[in-house]
Design a protein around this ligand. Structure first.
Ligand SMILES: [Fe+2]
Ligand SMILES: [Fe+2]
Length: 285
């Protein structure tokens, strides 16, 4: 377990953040550089984070009394702390977005009870395997966000970009925590791979249909030519291009998240955002 801690650059650090969305300048409806499709995609993900991350936390808590390794225990506590703050800060962004009118994301954000009911149907090991797979998705996306100047320039609203960079940084900090919990409880390798196989097939189509439905529910976004052009740009662009290949490595027997080396990226952004002159030091409460 120590190797995981060293490779991922120490324990994840819980930072109590407070972002200032819409202050001093009010947010615009299509805050991601006037891009309707990208704005709906980020709104949808942001809406899904609070209920989703609460479920991730519960999946780990189901095994809390079986985690005996003190290092892993500390990493789990930090994971829970980080995900809890992510949920809070995304909720704060979501309030601003919903006021601007994003009906489907608003509906998605209220599905916490449905998620709770669904996860009760899953055996605890499967619930944890879903979390570990989802954490691989977030780690892959996080590394893309932090390493692509092109994605950085897409974010539009500066405070939304700050939120996404901070969230991405912490996703990299804790990327192997739930995976290591799964290993520590002897979660079967076949189940881990089976769960990701299903998620691998369905996640991108489901998110794609979600974005389409979100746009359909938002009359000002009914601009078919613009939406078609922006969708094409998104699919061919740095967020989606090659994504499945990076997800696929998780399906290899014996895979571990630390086999993808993100230590240098992590260190660079830790300094950039939270070093002595860090860009987000004044957002920490
Ligand atoms: Fe998160
Ligand atoms: Fe996470």
């Amino acid at each position: 377990m120590t190797t995981s801690v060293q490779k991922s650059g120490g324990y994840p650090k819980v930072r109590r953040m407070k972002f200032r969305f819409g202050d001093p300048e009010p947010m615009t409806k299509y805050y991601a550089g006037d891009d309707i499709v990208l704005s709906h995609l980020v709104a949808l993900l942001s809406a899904a984070f609070p209920p989703g991350e609460e479920s991730f936390i519960r999946s780990v808590r189901r095994f809390a009394d079986q985690i005996t390794d003190p290092v892993l225990k500390k990493r789990v506590a930090a994971f829970i702390g980080q995900e809890a703050v992510h949920g809070q800060q995304h909720s704060s962004l979501n309030e601003q977005l919903f006021a601007l009118g994003y009906p489907l994301p608003r509906f998605v954000s209220r599905q916490g009870e449905l998620v709770r009911r669904a996860e009760r149907l899953a055996p605890p090991a499967a619930h944890l395997a879903i979390t570990a797979a989802a954490e691989h998705y977030t780690a892959v996306l996080a590394a893309r966000v932090l390493s692509s100047p092109e994605i950085q320039s897409l974010a539009g609203d500066p405070e939304v970009r700050n939120l996404l960079n901070w969230h991405a940084l912490e996703e990299l900090e804790h990327k192997s925590v739930t995976f290591d919990v799964y290993r520590s409880i002897d979660g079967p390798e076949w189940l881990r791979i089976a769960i990701m196989s299903v998620m691998y097939l369905f996640t991108i189509p489901v998110v794609g249909l979600g974005v389409l439905a979100s746009i359909i529910a938002d009359p000002p976004a009914w601009q078919p030519i613009t939406v078609a052009r922006q969708s094409y740009r998104l699919i061919r662009g740095p967020i989606v291009r090659g994504l499945l290949g990076e997800i696929q490595v998780y399906l290899k027997p014996g895979f571990h998240p630390d086999q993808v080396d993100t230590a240098a990226l992590l260190q660079r952004w830790q300094t950039e955002l939270f070093g002595a002159q860090g860009a987000l030091v004044d957002r920490v409460r």
